[in-house]
Design a protein around this ligand. Structure first.
Ligand code: GLY
Length: 359
C-alpha cells in the first residue's frame, strides 16, 4: 500500500511537471468573478497535425490577432456596452483577418467557392439569427444579427440570404476579397487526397496570386471556425460563431456554426457556448445546448459540463473532434478541446488577458 501511494505520488508529480496532466484536461478552471463584471472569450478554431510544428512567427501572428479580437470585444464591454455588441465587434476582427477561417480567409467548397455560415444568440431574450452558404457579405455575423433583429425569421440560406444582405445595406465584397492563396493551396491538398479535380481559379483571381512560400507551415483550417462568448455588466450572456465551414466540402453543405444549439447557444438561465470542430458531430449531439442543459438541469459548472461533452461524449463518436468556449452569468469563461490546439483568449474585467494556442 505504502509503495502504491509512493508510486501514485511520483506519477502525479511527474505528470504535473511534464504538463501531461494539464494537457489531458485541456482546460484550466479560473476563479469565480465578482458580480457585475464583464467577461469575454474568443476562439479562432481548433486543430491537430501541423499545429505541433507551427513556426514561432506564425504563432505570434495568431497571438496578436486573438489579442486584437479580445480587445475589440472588451472595449465595448468597458464602456458598458451590451454582450451582443461585444460579440459582433470581436467577430468582425477575426472575419476581417485572413488568418482565420471566417469571412476573408474562409475555406472553399469543392468547386472553389466560399460559402460562409454564421449565427448569433442573445441569452437575455433567446433571440437568435443565422445565415448559411452566403457568398458576398463582408461580415456574416452582422448578417446573422440583422436576420434576428430585422426579419421574422431565425435563419436564411444561400441566394435568399445574399439578396437580403444587399437589401439590408450590409457591406458586400467580390469573390476575390475572400480568396487567399494559403486556403487555396490547402484545398488542393484536400482534393488531391480524395481524388477530386482542382476547380478553376475564381473570377478576379490570377495565377500570380496563388504563389505561397513552399516552406511556410500554417495551421490548416480544415474545420476551423471563429467564435465569441460574452457576459456584460448587466449579467446578460451572448454567443456568436462565424466560419467558412470545412475545406473541400460539398456545395450546399452546412455545418454546426449556424445551427442554434449545435455550434452556438446562449441563455441567461444557463450559459453561452461557441464551438469549433467537425460540424457533423456537433449537430448530431446538439453540442452547445447539451453543455448548457448540463449546467441548467444537472447543476454542473461550465467547466465540468464542457469537459464532459468534449472529452467523453464527443469522442465517443469516432471522429468527434473540436473545442468550445463557455461562460455563464456568474462564472468566468472556460474552454475545453480534444484536439492538439485551439486558438483562444479570455479575460474577466479587472483580470489579466490570457491567450493560448496549444495545451
Ligand atoms: N465547425 C465548423 C463546421 O463544421 O462547419
Amino acid at each position: 500500500m505504502h509503495k502504491f501511494l509512493l508510486r501514485l505520488t511520483f506519477t502525479l508529480g511527474a505528470l504535473f511537471a511534464s504538463g501531461t496532466f494539464a494537457s489531458n484536461l485541456k482546460s484550466q478552471t479560473p476563479t469565480k468573478p465578482a458580480a457585475g463584471t464583464w467577461a469575454i472569450a474568443v476562439h479562432g478554431g481548433a486543430g491537430s497535425g501541423e499545429w505541433e510544428h507551427m513556426p514561432d512567427a506564425k504563432e505570434a501572428a495568431y497571438h496578436a490577432a486573438l489579442d486584437r479580437a479580445l480587445k475589440a470585444g472588451a472595449a465595448v464591454l468597458e464602456r458598458d456596452g451590451a454582450s451582443m455588441d461585444a460579440v459582433e465587434a470581436a467577430l468582425h476582427v477575426m472575419e476581417d483577418d485572413p488568418l482565420f477561417n471566417a469571412g476573408r480567409g474562409a475555406v472553399f467548397n469543392e468547386h472553389g467557392e466560399n460559402e460562409m455560415d454564421a449565427s448569433i444568440m442573445d441569452g437575455k431574450t433567446l433571440g437568435a439569427g443565422a445565415v448559411a452558404g452566403v457568398h458576398f457579405t463582408k461580415n456574416p455575423i452582422s448578417l446573422a444579427r440583422s436576420v434576428m433583429e430585422k426579419t421574422p425569421h431565425v435563419m436564411l440560406v444561400g441566394q435568399g440570404a445574399d439578396e437580403y444582405s444587399k437589401r439590408a445595406g450590409l457591406p458586400q465584397e467580390p469573390v476575390a476579397y475572400f480568396w487567399t492563396a494559403q486556403r487555396w493551396k490547402e484545398l488542393g491538398e484536400v482534393l488531391e487526397k480524395s481524388g477530386r479535380p482542382m476547380p478553376p481559379l475564381p473570377p478576379g483571381v490570377t495565377q500570380a496570386m496563388t504563389a505561397v512560400d513552399p516552406n511556410e507551415v500554417s495551421p490548416r483550417h480544415q474545420y476551423g471556425t471563429t467564435g465569441v462568448v460574452v457576459r456584460d455588466r448587466k449579467g446578460n450572456v451572448a454567443a456568436g460563431t462565424s466560419t467558412g465551414g470545412m475545406q473541400g466540402k460539398m456545395r450546399g453543405r452546412v455545418g454546426d456554426s449556424p445551427i442554434i444549439g449545435a455550434g452556438t447557444y446562449a441563455s441567461n438561465a444557463s450559459c453561452a457556448v461557441s464551438g469549433t470542430g467537425v460540424g457533423e458531430y456537433f449537430i448530431r449531439l446538439n453540442l452547445a445546448r447539451g453543455i448548457c442543459d448540463a449546467v441548467q438541469y444537472r447543476g454542473m459548472t461550465v467547466q465540468a459540463a464542457a469537459d464532459e461533452m468534449l472529452h467523453t461524449t464527443l469522442p465517443s463518436l469516432k471522429g468527434g473532434e473540436g473545442g468550445v468556449i463557455v461562460l455563464s452569468p456568474n462564472e468566468a469563461p472556460v474552454w475545453s478541446f480534444n484536439t492538439v490546439g485551439m486558438f483562444r483568449a479570455r479575460m474577466v474585467e479587472g483580470g489579466t488577458e490570457e491567450i493560448a494556442i496549444r495545451h
